[in-house]
Design a protein around this ligand. Structure first.
Ligand code: GLA
Length: 430
């Protein structure tokens, strides 16, 4: 695949210093002639990063530092969209199932026999990963959102769901799903988003648990411990992660996450990594906060993964994503697409036909490139960071597509943000 030609203005303001680290790789870059800038204003945009040579790929560039992944849908890997599969296999060495392994999609019907599950899409995802030698991440074994309706209903003849019934369902689910992909899925988000952003989301629950989760309400943090133990029993070689958002944006949540990891470790659970989702805004959280948070988790002896990276390309406020928790970004409610997103077949877990994303101005492209670059510089500082996964392949594939948040554009081409990511390597502490 060829990198699309870049407008000439992207080359006009590069200093010798900015180019120096890339000299050897630049020697191989075919400099395609490009049309002149459309206006003087456009020409004044200072590129944050030189375009990465076509020979570079994300997985090769970060080899020895961390694994680079993307979240994917079945149609991207089952032969329906060859361009997507080709880009994935070329640029990435890890994949995460965006939706098909969540409790609802994979376990839609009550019970625990073969007919209760829908494995085909997850099987296709795993098959693609194995064929392409990718580090396969299972997302996720337990999450109150996108949980199947039946799972939080009482057993027939019972008036209320009990802790025992819910725990048994969770145990069956984990043994069946983690057991089926034993040795193939290399790491599991065991529990997703158990923690509250703030006191109001916590309500009357202890330990910073969010009170809108049936798991939290019925089984406190004990089910989290058991989920880790069951997952380990089901596949003793699998890496196990606790995954959440805003860990670097809410001090309240971060403190409770630290306590949770200590509790799990103190009770004999294997916790390989904390997954910091990384659904970032244009300016928040600050890189200093991300840096500090990674350091705090690393000091617990766990690895840190950035598991769902996407960054808004511009700074406009978005009430729906920020208001609820006082400036801290939060995903939309369960089962709902993000505010402003075009309707997608199947709600939060589904996708309609590819919807074009709004074109970014050169200044917005460079702003996003800089933000990506600065964040990757921070990630490269920490040996504890062993995986970075983008939440989607192209902008139009993203749940936040209206913010053009990824490094590949709708046409599978590299955005300046891609160059920002690669450029971070030349600036990072070795
Ligand atoms: C959370 C979940 C993801 C995904 C996103 C947005 O971050 O972990 O699986 O659902 O919300 O859709």
């Amino acid at each position: 695949m060829k990198t699309p030609a870049r407008p000439l203005h992207r080359f006009l303001f590069l200093s010798a210093g900015a180019l120096a680290p890339f000299c050897s790789i630049f020697a191989q870059t075919p400099f395609a002639p490009a049309p002149p800038p459309a206006s003087v204003a456009e020409a004044r945009v200072v590129p944050y990063a030189p375009p990465a040579p076509v020979s570079i790929t994300l997985k090769d560039a970060f080899k020895g530092r961390f694994v680079v992944g993307a979240a994917i849908r079945p149609d991207q890997v089952n032969g329906q969209i060859p361009k997507a599969a080709e880009l994935l296999a070329r640029e990435f060495n890890s994949i995460t199932a965006e939706n098909v392994m969540k409790m609802g999609p994979i376990h839609p019907r009550a019970g625990n026999d073969e007919s209760s599950y829908r494995f085909e899409p997850a099987d296709q995802f795993v098959e693609f990963g194995l064929k392409n030698n990718l580090f396969i991440i299972g997302h996720n074994l337990c999450w109150h959102s996108q949980m199947p309706g039946w799972m939080s209903q009482p057993d027939p003849g019972q008036s209320e769901l009990t802790k025992e019934v819910l725990m048994q369902r969770l145990k069956d689910h984990i043994f069946t799903v983690a057991g089926r992909y034993k040795g193939k899925v290399k790491g599991w988000d065991v529990v997703n988003e158990a923690l509250a952003d703030n006191e109001s989301q916590q309500g009357d629950l202890p330990y910073g648990l969010r009170n809108n989760s049936p798991f939290n309400r019925l089984a406190g943090r004990e089910y989290i411990l058991m989920a880790f133990k069951w997952a380990h029993e089901a596949d003793p070689d699998a890496e196990l992660y606790y995954n959440d958002y805003n860990l670097d944006a809410s001090d309240f949540k971060r403190a409770n996450a630290i306590e949770l990891i200590k509790y799990l470790q103190g009770n004999g659970a294997r916790v390989t990594a904390v997954g910091m989702q990384g659904h970032y805004n244009f300016a928040s959280p600050t890189t200093a906060k991300i840096d500090e948070t990674i350091g705090m988790f690393a000091s617990l002896g766990v690895q840190v993964h950035i598991t769902e990276l996407d960054i808004r390309a511009f700074a406009d406020s978005n009430a729906a994503l920020t208001a609820a928790v006082g400036g801290v970004q939060t995903p939309p409610p369960a089962g709902q697409p993000p505010a402003g997103a075009p309707a997608a077949a199947g709600g939060r877990g589904g996708r309609g036909p590819a919807t074009p994303t709004p074109p970014l101005t050169p200044a917005q492209q460079e702003g996003l490139s800089k933000r990506y670059g600065e964040i990757f510089e921070v990630l490269l500082k920490h040996k504890a960071v062993t995986r970075v996964t983008f939440w989607g392949l192209r902008d139009t594939d993203s749940w936040r597509r209206q913010f053009s948040p990824l490094v590949f554009d709708d046409a599978y081409g590299r955005k300046p943000a891609y160059d920002g990511v690669i450029h971070a390597l030349s600036k990072a502490v070795k």
